[in-house]
Design a protein around this ligand. Structure first.
Ligand SMILES: CC(=O)N[C@H]1[C@@H](OP(=O)(O)OP(=O)(O)OC[C@H]2O[C@@H](n3ccc(=O)[nH]c3=O)[C@H](O)[C@@H]2O)O[C@H](CO)[C@@H](O)[C@@H]1O[C@H](C)C(=O)N[C@@H](C)C(=O)N[C@H](CCC(=O)O)C(=O)O
Ligand SMILES: Nc1ncnc2c1ncn2[C@@H]1O[C@H](COP(=O)(O)OP(=O)(O)OP(=O)(O)O)[C@@H](O)[C@H]1O
Ligand SMILES: N[C@H](CCC[C@H](N)C(=O)O)C(=O)O
Ligand SMILES: [Mg+2]
Length: 496
């Protein structure tokens, strides 16, 4: 493709040099540039991509896209106002508008994105569809799996992955859309058929600043949806909203797509009732626009009823029958690291969960409390280089629900691990929790071993925060660490 074809996508752009130069790839990381690539310089949060322009040229970049002037460049240059915007539209064009060649379903919200995408994936696969999945745990293209380093890829990688899915003949891509992604325009250029909202509670205030800004970022997903709607079958767009979350009112007003609601407490198109939770699963009744059903999930927790309702809504949009939705949802064993039990035949329960926000922790602790016959022991921490204000809140929640609390490390990253524990302790002790009820143990392995050692028959040990993660990032170094394996080892070593 010629440079001028890509440059013409951005109205306010200026090309210097040969605009007929051939572009064979697009890259935003100088370390990955190959001969013939177009290197797009992104301003960045830590470093400035413009500083790597020369390196990119030395590695073979055929042309550059910049938003800041760079002197003495030896290749053609396109100057634009916003290289992130240019990246999104150029990548979408370069890869042949992949999002218009498959059905794209996106899930946003503070908690429940991964779980909901997995449920939708299962529902569609059971209909014989070829699916792609992009999110926190993995990327899937038909039957191939790939490691992911974040939740929502940058626009360039996203368009590339969608293109790979089109090439692999997938009918759908179901993806998680994080608030960071929305704020940074990572999904610009992606045409979603269905946009799903799970919930909005506190997280990521380090990045968004206030809940208002965080709400604004999520709102971008719905305001950009359905603007081309004309009644044509292929142009129909849907916003699936959780009516029990007040943010949904805002999103319903922002979108021109058809709104479908789900809820447990409020009036909604899909409404669940008669929820029953045991240590083995959750049953509920559901009223939908096409009839009633009774569902027995193998997944534990009221929050999973919300995730199931969101997934059912996506299924109904695709014309799937209630019987089939029920069969698919009931077949799901669970999602990796989400309320996952570790069973070595012990007399108490050990559960690993990915709750890493105040709301997530409160939900999972409330769920565990509901079926625990003995004490609840909770091992958890809070991530470093992330929202600090959630630390005391999570401490307070642990004190409210758990009988014994072991505060420990959860990816302290570049921060002092002891200082993070003290931030959590400040909230934990706010309501006068006694000193015997909690301990601060920086080493996560020791904390897990201790909780397992302390447990009595019928107790529940909840290890929260890392779920499927297989690493711990401490002092900037990443080491292998898997809560489930550590718990297994500790259970095997325990004197029963
Ligand atoms: C705050 C944030 O979102 N940062 C993302 C951002 O990094 P950045 O802007 O700091 O990039 P940078 O490192 O300054 O580099 C700027 C430019 O220089 C280029 N560069 C850099 C070095 C070099 O040698 N050569 C070179 O060309 C880089 O490729 C980049 O284009 O762009 C990078 C490349 O796309 C991302 O990897 C990075 O995610 C970081 C690692 C991150 O931790 N992000 C988290 C907060 C995040 O986005 N999380 C959400 C999930 C949250 C949730 O919902 O729970 C997610 O969607 O993953
Ligand atoms: N609908 C929900 N509402 C509240 N909490 C939930 C919900 N679903 C899951 N959780 C809790 O949040 C944790 C994370 O769930 P999940 O991985 O599905 O969310 P996510 O939105 O993908 O998270 P992330 O932003 O880190 O990718 C679960 O382990 C569970 O404790
Ligand atoms: N997507 C979330 C995951 C947090 C998981 C937790 N284990 C942590 O490291 O804080 C984030 O990057 O903020
Ligand atoms: Mg996720």
């Amino acid at each position: 493709m010629q440079l001028k074809e890509l440059a013409s996508l951005v109205m306010i752009s200026q090309v210097s040099g040969d605009e007929q130069v051939q572009i064979t790839g697009i890259q935003t990381d100088s370390r990955k540039v190959q001969q013939g690539d177009l290197f797009i310089c992104l301003p960045g949060h830590t470093v400035n991509g413009h500083d790597y322009a020369e390196k990119a040229v030395a590695s073979g970049a055929a042309a550059l896209v910049i938003q800041e002037d760079i002197k003495d460049l030896k290749v053609p240059v396109v100057k634009v106002k916003d290289t992130r915007f240019a990246m999104a539209v150029m990548a979408d064009h370069f890869y042949g508008h992949p999002s218009s060649r498959l059905k794209l379903i996106g899930v946003t919200g503070t908690n429940g994105k991964t779980t909901t995408t997995f449920l939708i994936d299962r529902i569609l696969e059971d209909q014989g569809k070829r699916t792609g999945l992009i999110g926190t745990i993995k990327m899937k293209i038909a039957d191939q799996f790939y490691e992911m380093s974040g939740t929502t890829p940058e626009a360039l990688q996203l368009q590339q992955h969608l293109h790979e899915m089109v090439e692999a003949d997938t009918d759908y891509c179901i993806m998680e859309v994080s608030s960071h992604a929305l704020e940074q325009g990572r999904v610009k250029g992606s045409d979603f058929k269905t946009a799903i909202f799970t919930n909005l509670t506190q997280d990521h205030l380090d990045y968004h600043g206030t809940m208002r800004e965080y709400l604004g970022a999520k709102g971008l997903f719905f305001s950009r949806l359905g603007n081309t709607y004309s009644g044509n079958e292929n142009e129909r767009r849907y916003a699936v909203l959780n009516a029990d979350d007040q943010a949904s009112e805002t999103f319903a007003k922002l979108t021109s797509a058809e709104v479908i609601t789900y809820a447990i407490d409020s009036h909604a198109d899909l409404k669940a009732s008669d929820i029953r939770i045991t240590s083995r699963g959750t049953t509920f009744k559901v009223n939908t626009p096409i009839g009633e059903s009774e569902i027995a999930l193998r997944m534990v927790g009221k929050f999973n009823v919300y995730n199931a309702l969101a997934a059912m809504s996506a299924g109904l949009i695709e014309g799937i029958s209630l019987e089939d939705l029920k069969a698919s949802l009931e077949a799901v064993q669970g999602v990796d690291g989400r309320v996952e039990t570790v069973d070595e035949g012990q007399s108490f329960a050990v559960i690993v969960d990915y709750a890493h926000t105040p709301d997530g922790l409160e939900n999972v602790l409330a769920t565990v409390k509901e079926f625990a016959e003995g004490k609840v022991l909770c091992v958890f921490g809070c991530g470093g280089d992330r929202d600090r204000t959630k630390r005391p809140l999570m401490g307070k929640i642990a004190a409210k629900y758990a009988d014994r609390i072991l505060v420990t490390s959860d990816n302290p990253r570049s921060e002092n691990p002891d200082a993070i524990l003290l931030d959590i302790e400040a909230g934990l002790t706010e309501d006068g929790v006694s000193r015997e009820r909690y301990e601060l143990i920086v080493d996560r392995k020791t904390a897990i071993e201790k909780a397992i050692e302390m447990a009595s028959p019928d107790d529940v040990v909840l290890i929260a925060g890392k779920g499927h993660e297989t690493y711990q990032i401490m002092n900037g170094v990443t080491i292998d660490f898997d809560d489930r394996l550590v718990a297994k080892e500790a259970l095997r070593g325990r004197v029963q």
